[in-house]
Design a protein around this ligand. Structure first.
Ligand code: FE2
Ligand code: FE2
Length: 271
């Protein structure tokens, strides 16, 4: 299975660029499953239903959220009726939406996509490790599902690596989100799980993690409340990873970074 995972879509430039480029990427990379993190799509904070619909229309099969899940309150009723939009599975019981979705591809193959959120330098939540283990106990990789993709939304690379090693061989891929900086550690772990600790963002990198740099830098050195943060609107780099898995085992055969457009050094897998 060929899987494209795109990191946090930030603001209008991120949304518009993903909408414009995703159909071509799907075609060029012959993608079977596209997962897009969109927790920052709405002006950097949250996701509105019309924006989610635009990402689905552009070719996202599953959209994931994160700590900004509820910044746009309209998403609360929308997520309840949209199983392809998921939020971290370790939110408290009773939280709207689901932390995983079993997606059926056009050819009938099945892929489980789940999201968990880390706890180091993040809001305290239920345990992401136990929550993920609970979800995984319902599926068998390479048997009931051909692939399992975990979006681990976390700040600390230590927690991300620990999470990936914990579920190595049980999932096809663990891809980190949230830091908005693509890490250079794409690898297949010894048990066969593809891993990159952060996918990076789909946004303008002439910024502070996607937000206008003037206001965002002032916050750090003046230590006074400044102007409201807004997303930078220059040309976006689309950041993510491309993964190829073996349908019979569900394990990864290949993981490569994708970085295209905008300011970052470019990377595109060759088929
Ligand atoms: Fe984010
Ligand atoms: Fe986040």
């Amino acid at each position: 299975m060929r899987i494209l995972f795109l990191g946090d879509v930030v603001g209008r430039t991120g949304r518009d660029t993903v909408a414009a480029r995703l159909p071509g990427l799907r075609q060029d990379l012959r993608v079977d499953l596209a997962v897009v993190n969109a927790e920052n799509a709405s002006h950097g904070f949250g996701l509105a239903p019309d924006m989610a619909k635009a990402l689905f229309a552009a070719g996202a099969d599953v959209v994931t959220l994160g700590n900004h899940a509820w910044d746009r309150k309209e998403v609360i009723p929308y997520i309840a009726e949209t199983p392809r939009l998921i939020r971290p599975l370790n939110f408290p019981p009773g939280t709207p939406g689901s932390g995983s979705i079993l997606a059926t591809l056009q050819d009938g193959r099945k892929a489980l996509v789940l999201q968990a959120m880390g706890r180091l330098f993040m809001d305290s939540l239920d345990c992401p490790f136990r929550g993920t283990a609970d979800t995984l106990s319902k599926y068998r990789l390479g048997a009931s599902v051909q692939a399992i993709v975990a979006d681990f939304h976390a700040e600390a690379s230590s927690e991300k690596m620990a999470y990936a090693h914990t579920f190595d061989s049980q999932v096809s891929a663990v891809i980190g989100t949230h830091t908005h900086c693509p890490s250079a550690d794409a690898q297949i772990l010894p048990g066969g799980t593809a891993f990159q600790s952060d996918a990076g963002m789909c946004g303008d990198y002439d910024s502070v993690i996607g937000m206008v740099k003037e206001g965002a830098t002032l916050r750090f050195w003046r230590k006074m409340p400044g102007e409201k943060l807004g997303p930078a609107e220059g040309e976006a780099t689309i950041c993510g990873v491309f993964i190829e898995t073996d349908d019979t085992t569900g394990l990864a055969r290949r993981i490569e970074p994708v970085r295209t457009g905008g300011r970052l050094s470019q990377a595109m897998p060759a088929l």
